[in-house]
Design a protein around this ligand. Structure first.
Ligand SMILES: Cc1cc2nc3c(=O)[nH]c(=O)nc-3n(C[C@H](O)[C@H](O)[C@H](O)COP(=O)(O)OP(=O)(O)OC[C@H]3O[C@@H](n4cnc5c(N)ncnc54)[C@H](O)[C@@H]3O)c2cc1C
Length: 424
């Protein structure tokens, strides 16, 4: 297993994955999709729904990448303030469809879940971005103003309302986004896979693509058990890249992110925590995310990997942070822990990967990939089947020469922050 990875709670509580097999012969399709996360599966569903012959090749299992191990916050937009995102996108050309696409992305997620009856603990009840101090509150106020200027009304909550909504006295305010909500991440990925299969797509797991060759307008993807020939290829491999997908992943630095979960809390304790069911995170430099799952487990997350010497620092910090947020949870222990890789770019915008004619992909959602992966997968599929698509102009995925330094900086910085924060 990669040192920045571990499986987690979601695999225990998600409905089983639909049955799939490994590619064991040479086959053809109209559209090949590499990677069975949100981007690849949503693309498969859209393209198969449009009548294309679609084959997904996945190196491991459905949702084995970020899609099976994230926090489950289905958010609109990116981490960037809307204005900053637009300014950065403007460098690549006018009228970029990305801001609109991402603003409406949670609605697209809820629509797919409803349309396909996906069982994934979906709670479209909004999210709370909480401010521990004045600086964070000012930034959230600015974010609310910028969204309002774009016709989206988010609600700034005062300290008392934030306390009522989170059940925690740690915050001086919060920004409530009613478009957003939470899902059980792996269940959502498996549900997308089931829907894609239902629409006629084929999914082969444990079928890593080790080579991609273009000959006479056809792509030939090689896996250990067979090859797939297709005119179009959608690369949906993001931060979990293997084989030829390593090349676009060089545009990304890895931000490790961990989660720890308690057992289901007794009803009396659960009732006082996020009673409206929102997912939440704070505006601290090294953020804390927190939420309950459907069974009432308390899940807390932050930046860091649990695979090395820094593990003790992160878990000790999480124990203390849980009690700082909710003193009534003293005595609760974490029974689940997992972590994963978030692909980040220096300007916090995704990258476009176009290795040759008919082949493309998007990667680098910078920690916000549930809704963006879903809608960008749909748009990649529309482009692949020749329909009108709102594919954004993005920077090409070129290797970032500073990525190793950024990896080290992020990982070490998070560990030091959590050690220092424990002592406060
Ligand atoms: C711990 C954590 C917390 C996060 N929290 C949130 C959150 O709360 N909200 C949010 O919106 N986002 C969150 N994210 C980000 C989000 O999970 C990702 O952006 C999203 O899952 C990316 O989806 P994807 O389909 O593009 O890639 P992935 O889900 O990573 O899928 C890529 C797939 O490609 C496969 N693959 C790679 N190379 C090959 C190959 N050569 N052949 C075949 N298959 C290959 C991999 O095995 C993998 O399954 C979080 C991420 C992590 C890790």
């Amino acid at each position: 297993m990669h040192p920045l990875d571990s499986p987690g709670l979601w695999a225990e509580t998600a409905p089983p994955a639909p049955p799939t097999t490994t590619l064991a012969r040479d086959i053809e399709a109209d559209i090949a999709i590499v990677g069975a996360g949100y981007t690849g599966l949503s693309a498969a569903l859209e393209a198969a729904g449009a009548g294309a012959r679609v084959v997904v090749l996945e190196a491991a299992e459905i949702g084995a990448g970020g899609s099976g191990r994230n926090v489950g916050l289905v958010n609109a937009g990116l981490w960037l303030m809307p204005e900053v995102m637009e300014r950065r996108l403007a460098r690549h050309g006018p009228d970029n469809p990305l801001p609109d696409l991402l603003g409406q992305a949670p609605a697209a997620v809820w629509a797919l879940i409803n349309q396909h009856g996906i069982e994934c603990e979906a709670r479209p009840v909004g999210t709370l971005h909480c401010a521990p101090g004045r600086a964070g509150l000012d930034a959230l106020g600015e974010r609310a103003l910028q969204w309002r200027a774009r016709g989206v009304v988010l609600t700034m909550l005062d300290a008392a309302t934030t306390q009522a909504r989170t059940g925690s006295a740690r915050f001086c305010g919060a920004l409530f986004d009613p478009r957003a909500g939470t899902v059980q991440p792996l269940a959502y990925a498996r549900g997308l896979a089931r829907a894609a299969l239902g629409a006629g797509a084929q999914i082969y797991t444990h079928s890593p693509v080790s080579a991609a060759q273009l000959t006479d307008g056809d792509w030939r993807l090689t896996t250990p058990g067979g090859t797939l020939r297709a005119k179009r290829v959608i690369w949906a491999t993001n931060a979990y890249a293997q084989g030829p997908a390593d090349e676009p992943a060089k545009a990304l630095a890895v931000l490790p992110y961990f989660n720890l979960a308690t057992n289901p809390l007794p009803e009396a304790l659960r009732a006082g925590i996020l009673p409206g069911g929102e997912g939440a995170w704070d505006s601290a430099k090294i953020l804390t995310s927190f939420r309950l799952d459907a069974a009432g487990r308390f899940i807390i997350g932050s930046v860091g990997a649990l695979g090395g010497v820094d593990r003790a620092a992160h878990t000790a910090w999480a124990q203390r942070q849980m009690i700082r947020l909710y003193p009534q949870l003293k005595g609760q222990v974490f029974t689940q822990q997992w972590f994963g890789r978030i692909g980040t770019t220096p300007d916090a915008l995704p990258r476009l990967w176009q290795p040759g004619p008919g082949a493309f992909g998007v990667l680098g959602y910078n920690g916000r990939g549930i809704a963006p992966g879903t809608v960008l997968g749909q748009q990649l599929a529309r482009a692949a089947v020749g329909q009108e698509a709102a594919l954004p102009d993005l920077q090409p995925a070129r290797p970032d020469p500073l990525r190793h330094a950024r990896n080290l900086f992020i990982r070490t910085g998070a560990a030091l922050w959590h050690i220092a924060d424990q002592r406060r």
